[in-house]
Ligand binder design. Structure first.
Ligand code: G3P
Length: 229
């Protein structure tokens, strides 16, 4: 499973890239709103300079022509830009027309397998079910991942299922076990995936034991040197 970071924070993206685990980035207007001082275009160009993986840039227009204009603009910023388009009647038309122009799209705000099926038929490269927001309303978000992965594989559709709205590390494990092609995660959850109390405790114990053994060896060596003098 590919791992994308769901953020517009440049420092978080740099850290994940240094760890060697970053396959791409997804952004949206809410994530961009948390950054300051730069335009969305500037942020996108900077992200595309860090990763050569897909970088999703979300349109805000709700009409087809507006989505096409924004999508074509984003696609010119860098070769790895993927235009994020919301699931809607207009969104489907925009996805279809952008695909015809060779522009990749990520259909966002998917909450049912049927929506994902339609986005795949229209030509979206990435299908983004929001698992966390479904969990929030007492539905199992992972059901959509399971159904959509099954549909994509059974019908050999040319789209990848991207588990989005990830809230905790268990979501990442479940998405991977269900065969999601991609999961996009906040940096905080990526950090949580690295750590385990027993791992962190083990590192501390090894360091302390090493220090004790080193001090014992040093004092033995000093005692031996003193005996020779
Ligand atoms: O990728 C979509 C994601 O950003 C939505 O996450 O936590 O706002 O539901 P959330």
């Amino acid at each position: 499973m590919k791992i994308f970071l769901d953020t517009a924070d440049i420092e978080e993206i740099r850290i994940a890239a240094r760890w060697g685990v970053l396959d791409g980035v997804t952004t949206n207007p809410s994530l961009f709103a948390k950054t300051s001082g730069k335009t969305y275009d500037e942020v996108l160009v900077e992200i595309c300079g860090i990763t050569s993986g897909p970088v999703s840039a979300e349109v805000v227009a709700e009409d087809v022509e507006g989505m096409l204009t924004e999508g074509r603009h984003f696609a010119k910023l860098a070769p790895n830009i993927v235009v994020k388009v919301p699931m809607s009647e207009e969104g489907l038309e925009a996805i279809y027309r952008l695909a015809e122009e060779g522009i990749k799209t990520n259909c966002t705000l998917i909450f049912t397998a049927n929506q994902g099926l339609l986005a795949a038929k229209a030509g979206a490269s990435l299908l983004s079910p929001f698992v966390g927001r479904l969990d929030d309303i007492n539905q199992d978000g992972m059901d959509v991942i399971r159904e959509l992965v099954g549909i994509v594989e059974m019908h050999d559709l040319d789209s990848e299922v991207l588990a989005a709205s990830i809230r905790h590390p268990r979501h990442m494990t479940e998405a991977a076990l269900l065969g999601a092609h991609v999961a996009t995660t906040p940096f905080k959850v990526l950090q949580m995936m690295v750590h385990h109390p027993l791992t962190d405790k083990g590192i501390k114990t090894f360091r302390e034991d090493w220090e004790k053994a080193r001090q014992a060896a040093d004092s033995n060596a000093k005692a031996a040197a003193n005996r020779h003098n």
